[in-house]
Design a protein around this ligand. Structure first.
Ligand code: SF4
Length: 349
């Protein structure tokens, strides 16, 4: 059965008009989806006959939750969803005082294949449809509503390279902003990329005030060619100017993500190279202590060395934060819950 989320606003309006329903019904249906209705029967302000016809024609969501885990005393929860065709993806909700952030997936697996990443170790499956991305947020919003919280921020940092599924990701950002659905402003959305330079330029032209995050991880091509293999196609000399141009055009600082791999990219030389590479006014560096991933040769750094590395970067005038390692017990490094589910037979691909 077709998921109702796959209908655009105009398709839904046309479907309703064919049934002689007034124009405002589309907003009512979207509103119920955004408020986390558990079924079409729950949509009380729709006529009973229409609710029955909706239930006979559509599924409420394109996603089927198959596994959950939680960590940090329940502050971090992760859900593995089955998609049509049998693939699975995961999404993580992180609760903070005053805000709740969803880390969303845009692809099944990831074609970039970074050697330290659980997602990158598996085979690439397929791109998600825009509504499969949005449904992760709708489901998270429903779960948060039950706790008296609101989904406030979305980061495209789950499975996949968002820029390699560009059209669906941009469509989903626009759909998330729909005030009848979730009303999440693009200002509260972060889109990460390993460095698809042409798409960065395209995104700058969309007029969407999202924050761009570059998965940098190394400030010299020789190392980045290994850690982020797409660097061989779009080296730092092309990536950093494209990101700088995005910052200049959007007026929003770019966030540079740096997974700290003990002894690999946390040396004095790395701090020095990073300081030379980035323009402090337009950049923010986010250090992410590595979460150990089975089957990779990399080690987690200790807290003290991450702090020391941060200080060395700061000495170059750069703004630096250290991300908390949310969800170590929740398999929260991207791809880890899915990898465990596949190992244990709870998911197939
Ligand atoms: S780190 Fe990101 S870009 Fe690299 S393989 Fe993992 S999901 Fe893909």
């Amino acid at each position: 059965m077709t998921p109702i989320s796959s209908l655009s606003r105009s398709d839904l309006a046309a479907w309703l008009a064919e049934r002689s329903q007034p124009g405002y019904r589309a907003a009512q249906v979207k509103g119920w989806l955004g408020r986390g209705a558990g079924s079409f029967a729950d949509m009380h302000d729709l006529p009973a006959a229409l609710r029955a016809e909706l239930a006979g024609s559509f599924r409420l969501s394109s996603l089927d939750p198959v596994l959950q885990s939680s960590a940090d005393g329940g502050a971090t929860t992760k859900v593995l969803y089955q998609l049509d065709g049998g693939y699975t993806v995961e999404a993580v909700v992180m609760r903070y005082p005053g805000r709740s952030t969803l880390c969303i997936s845009s692809q099944v697996g990831c074609p970039v294949g970074c050697p330290f990443c659980a997602t990158g170790q598996g085979p690439f499956g397929r791109n998600l449809k825009s509504w499969e991305i949005v449904d992760q947020a709708v489901d998270a919003a429903r779960r948060l509503t039950e706790e008296g919280r609101r989904l406030s921020h979305v980061v495209f940092m789950g499975m996949g390279e968002p820029m390699a599924n560009y059209a669906a990701v941009v469509d989903s950002v626009r759909a998330l902003a729909d005030a009848d659905l979730l009303g999440i402003s693009p200002r509260r959305v972060v889109i990460s990329t390993a460095g698809l330079v042409p798409r960065i330029g395209q995104l700058a032209g969309e007029g969407l005030p999202v924050t761009l995050a570059i998965s940098l991880h190394a400030a010299r091509d020789e190392l980045r060619d290994v850690l982020v293999p797409i660097n061989r196609k779009y080296p730092l000399g092309e990536l950093v100017p494209a990101a700088r141009d995005f910052a200049a055009r959007s007026g929003r600082r770019v966030s540079y993500e740096w997974v700290v791999l003990a002894g690999v990219n946390d040396t004095d030389r790395d701090a020095e190279e990073l300081g030379r590479l980035l323009e402090p006014r337009l950049a923010h560096v986010n250090l992410i202590p590595f979460n150990p991933v089975n089957g990779t040769p990399y080690q987690a750094p200790d807290r003290r060395s991450v702090k020391a590395f941060a200080e060395r970067i700061r000495s170059h005038g750069l703004n630096v934060t250290i991300r908390d390692t949310r969800g170590r017990e929740a398999d929260a490094a991207c791809g880890q819950l899915r990898a465990r589910a596949i190992r244990e037979g709870a998911a197939t691909a």
